[in-house]
Design a protein around this ligand. Sequence first.
Ligand code: BGC
Length: 757
Amino acid sequence: MADLDKLTIEDKVRIISGLDTWHTVGVPAADVKSVLMSDGPHGLRLQVNEDGQTGDNLGFNGSAPATALPTGSALASTWNRELLAQTGNVIGREAAAHHVNVVLGPAVNIKRSPLGGRNFEYYSEDPYLVGELATAYINGLQAHQVGASIKHFALNNQETRRMNVNVHVDERTMHEIYLAGFKKAITTAKPWTVMTAYNRVNGEYASNSHLLLDILHKDWQYQGAVISDWTAVDDIIASLKAGLNIEMPGNQAVTPAIVKQALTDGSLTEAQLDAAIRPILRLAEQAATQAPTTAFDLAQQAQAAEAIASETTVLLKNDHQTLPLAADEKVLFIGEMLTKPRFQGGGSSHINAKYLTLIKPTLTATFSEANCQFLPGYQLDDTPDEQLIAEAVAAAKEVTKVVVFAGLPDKYESEGFDRKDIDLPSQQNRLISALAGVNNNVVVVLNNGAPVAMPWVDEVAAIIEAYLPGQAIGQVIPAILTGAINPSGKLAETFPRKLSDTPSYLNFPGTINDVYYGEGIYVGYRYYDAKAIAPLFAFGHGLSYTTFSYQDLVVTPNDSSLHVTATVKNTGQVAGKESIQFYVSDDSGQVTCPPKELKQFTKVSLEPGEAKQVTVEIPLADLAHYDVDAHAWQYTGGTHTIIMAASATDLRLRTTVTLPKIAKPALPVTIHTTIGQLLANEATKPTGMQIITGLAKAFGMDPNSDDSSSAGFDQATVLAMLNDLPIRALASFSAGAIGDTTVQTWIDQANDQIKSK
Ligand code: BGC
């Protein structure tokens, strides 16, 4: 590794801030390479040309031709770790060839509300799914010796005031929902860098948050470099002390002087600065070991993009097998989004796709001219146009089936702002209902990055959620429509019936400066389950042109995991792939928790009639909950139900296991400990009973009687009443009969009992 001692103070104060939009500062004299970074999660957005630099972080300027892969929502719908690894591979190959050292992805923030402007880029509402997919992506990318930058750490779950909103989140929710996916990916795939978020978390900017960066460095033992999101640094000195390593993009005109001044006035020590620099030197070293340029072929990359996109489509509804379409059927294809498809997201993840394929030419090549007709149906900007609707309705009366291409045009969702509602453009909704009024076989194909309301859901025969599938859109959507590809995507997020059903409805996007995560751990399906609210389409839902049966669920606990086996059979007529989900419901009664949580998943490919055994392991550690008293994850065992499911609302098989109970480590007894807490712990129970007796005596009751008459001591009632009484209240509660010395004796005695257990 480059030698820290070879860096002058001048070098040191410069290296912690970027050189420009995409480079870090290199120090050739000390063998420190300048590292080149580039967006983004769904394809390379390289903005550095031969002559230098044409960069911006919001996607306004052009970038080198690259492969546009499906965006986060679509990728997550594959429920396929292998395809996420291939996504990393495709991007890694291009990045290595362009000498890009770090790719700014994956983007893994939790989808707290369907309104989130960057939801198209993020994976899921579920931290387990996020962690698994992000791990696979990072491994795929870093196999090319290109570093990942997992982002945005953390709690960047909205775009409204993203640069300064203060997220108020409780400790358990933060760990179980918002950090768990990061933790999994960071500790197992070890991304070269972590990108801090713009927002504040419980009062501190994420880029100088001791809370967050302590978790990352101390608890998770992260050794890589922590970089800021572009212009996220509020106070460089506080950031360096908290564990940030590089401020991006560069602020060479200002930052070095600030750091120098801090060294002079002692608000930053050289040792602290050195500690911030070490990970930068490691990163530069990793970048320097990148293999020499490997050529890549965009045409070949396009094939990989198509293979990945082929598992992203979610068939939401398919009444009386309206789909797939037969080549000899008379079909009317409607919608401006057919000819001007939205296949990718905006902002920093916008790709210059060289091999974009279009839907219409593929359809024209598949169906005979006499059998297919194309009409616009609506204007893309939602201007009402009665004539377009009338024309479409008239044509729909003459055909067997109608396929409407609908969705959210670019301006509806992007980095930098959130949606205000979950509605499709109104003219699209009007068109779909009008068509359904005259034709029973209306199929809706949706291109959007996040859930939309579907007021016509019961009127149409079939619905395809195609999300933003990348450049292969023109190959994949027609193939799904005709059955050349059997859909195997499943939703990685809940589609609500209406916005007011969503968990964060009352707290999104918050007030002027603050947002309160009032729904706590009840995010996504955890909330719909707990409140028994029926979603429009559930988390994990997705149909196929075939059907699957689930059998023989067997769960065998061992020392470290639950070994789960089951059989899945293709019971239909065509080959297909099925994602199987394993949820666990913690019935131990030891912790308050959501009715069930995803703990594993797997995907199988089956020929018609074929059955396969699936096997997964659920580590016992994954059954732990975050204990705020201990400030740690704690696994406590007890009864758990393992549910094998096709979606969060299509639960097929279940079995219950009873795991050895592990007592939570007892906390020291203080004046704030309640009598109930003393009684609940076997060790301190005798002290608890002694206090009850003491109180009974103080009130002139007979502690041994269970007579409920006024003179007697109805133990059950008194115990229930005293359960939540803190020890500090004993003196006044007993009107002085129990004195402070007695109270202190009981506290000491209880603590001794804990120690000697
Ligand atoms: C985005 C990041 C992106 C960076 C560089 C920021 O505005 O939030 O996700 O990687 O710009 O383009």
